[in-house]
Ligand binder design. Structure first.
Ligand SMILES: NC(=O)c1ccc[n+]([C@@H]2O[C@H](COP(=O)([O-])OP(=O)(O)OC[C@H]3O[C@@H](n4cnc5c(N)ncnc54)[C@H](O)[C@@H]3O)[C@@H](O)[C@H]2O)c1
Length: 260
C-alpha cells in the first residue's frame, strides 16, 4: 500500500533533517522526488546521492515564502513528470524567543516560511494534482500546536498550520486531494541540536528519548500513500507520548503512583 511507483512528490526543506529523510523514503518507495530547499549544496548532494542509488530525484532552489518560487517549482515538476501526487510542506524555522523578545520582522519572517509557505504551496500544487485525480498533502506542524509553547511565532504558525490543514482538506476533497498534518515532538536535527531545552524535553517525554527523522518519515510515507486513503483533515502527533499527558505522568511518577 505504500508503493509510490509512478508517483511524483515535492518535499520542501529537504536539504537536511526530517525533510531529507522524508524525500529519501518517498524516493525509496518509488516516487520521483523534487527536493526543494534554500540550502543548495545539501539539496543537490541529496538529489545526486538518490540518483546514484537508482532513485528519481531532482533539486530545485526554493524559498517557500516566495509565490514566484512556487510557480517555478510547479512548472519544473510539470515539465519533468507532467504530474504531481504528493506535496510535503516540511520547511520550517524557529525563533526560540519570548513575546517580549520577538521583533516584528522575526515574527513576520517565521510566519512567511512556516505558514504562508504551506498556503502558497497548496495553492500552487492543487491544480496540477487535480489533473491526475488528486493526491496527498502532508503539512509538518508540531506538537507545540496543542499547547502554549515558549516560542510565540513558532507556536502560532504551527497551530495555524493545523487550521490550514483542515480548511484545505474540506476545500480540496472534491478534487481528490487529501490534506493531513504531522505533529512531531522532539526530533534532534539542525533545528535544535544546540538548543538548551533538549535535556528537559527528553526527561519529560514519557518514552525518555527524542524521535528520529526516520520515524517521522515513515508517518509521512503512510499519509502520502494509498495506505491512508480514507484519512483527511487530521493531525498525527508523533512525540513519544508527550502530548498524551507528560505533565500528569510526571505528577503521577513523583507522587509514587507509578513504579518506574
Ligand atoms: N526538530 C524538531 O524537534 C521538530 C519538532 C516539531 C516540528 N518540527 C518541524 O519539522 C520541520 C523540519 O524541521 P527539522 O527538524 O528537519 O529542521 P531542519 O532545520 O534540520 O530542517 C528545516 C529545513 O527547512 C529549510 N528551510 C528553512 N527556511 C526555508 C525556506 N524559506 N524555504 C525553503 N526551505 C527552507 C532549511 O534550510 C532546512 O533544510 C519544520 O517544519 C519544523 O518546524 C521539528
Amino acid at each position: 500500500m505504500t508503493n509510490l511507483a509512478d508517483r511524483v512528490a515535492i518535499v520542501t526543506g529537504a536539504g537536511r533533517g526530517q525533510g531529507e529523510a522524508e524525500a529519501r523514503l518517498l524516493a525509496e518507495a518509488g516516487a520521483a522526488v523534487l527536493i526543494c530547499d534554500v540550502l543548495e549544496r545539501e539539496g543537490e548532494d541529496l538529489a545526486r546521492a538518490l540518483v546514484s542509488e537508482g532513485r528519481e530525484a531532482r533539486f530545485l532552489a526554493l524559498d517557500v515564502a516566495s509565490k514566484e518560487g512556487w510557480a517555478c517549482a510547479i512548472d519544473c515538476v510539470g515539465s519533468w513528470k507532467g504530474r504531481l501526487d504528493i506535496l510535503v510542506n516540511n520547511a520550517g524555522i524557529i525563533n526560540r524567543k519570548s513575546i517580549n523578545d520577538t521583533p516584528l520582522d522575526a515574527w513576520e519572517r517565521l510566519m512567511a516560511i512556516n505558514l504562508t509557505g504551506p498556503f502558497l504551496g497548496i495553492q500552487a500544487a492543487a491544480p496540477l494534482m487535480r489533473q491526475n485525480g488528486g493526491g496527498s498533502v502532508v503539512n509538518i506542524s508540531s506538537n507545540s500546536a496543542f499547547s502554549g509553547h515558549y516560542d510565540p511565532a513558532y507556536t502560532a504558525s504551527k497551530w495555524g498550520l493545523r487550521g490550514l490543514t483542515r480548511t484545505a482538506a474540506m476545500e480540496y476533497v472534491s478534487w481528490g486531494i487529501r490534506v493531513n498534518s504531522v505533529c512531531p515532538g522532539l526530533i534532534v536535527t539542525g533545528l535544535n541540536a544546540e538548543a538548551p531545552h533538549l535535556k528537559p524535553m527528553i526527561d519529560l517525554t514519557p518514552m525518555k528519548r527524542s524521535g528520529t527523522v526516520e520515524e517521522v518519515a515513515r508517518l509521512v510515507l503512510f499519509l502520502a500513500s494509498e495506505a491512508s486513503s480514507f484519512i483527511t483533515g487530521e493531525d498525527f502527533v508523533i512525540d513519544g507520548g508527550f502530548t498524551a499527558g507528560a505533565a500528569y505522568r510526571r505528577v503521577a511518577a513523583e507522587s509514587g503512583l507509578y513504579r518506574d
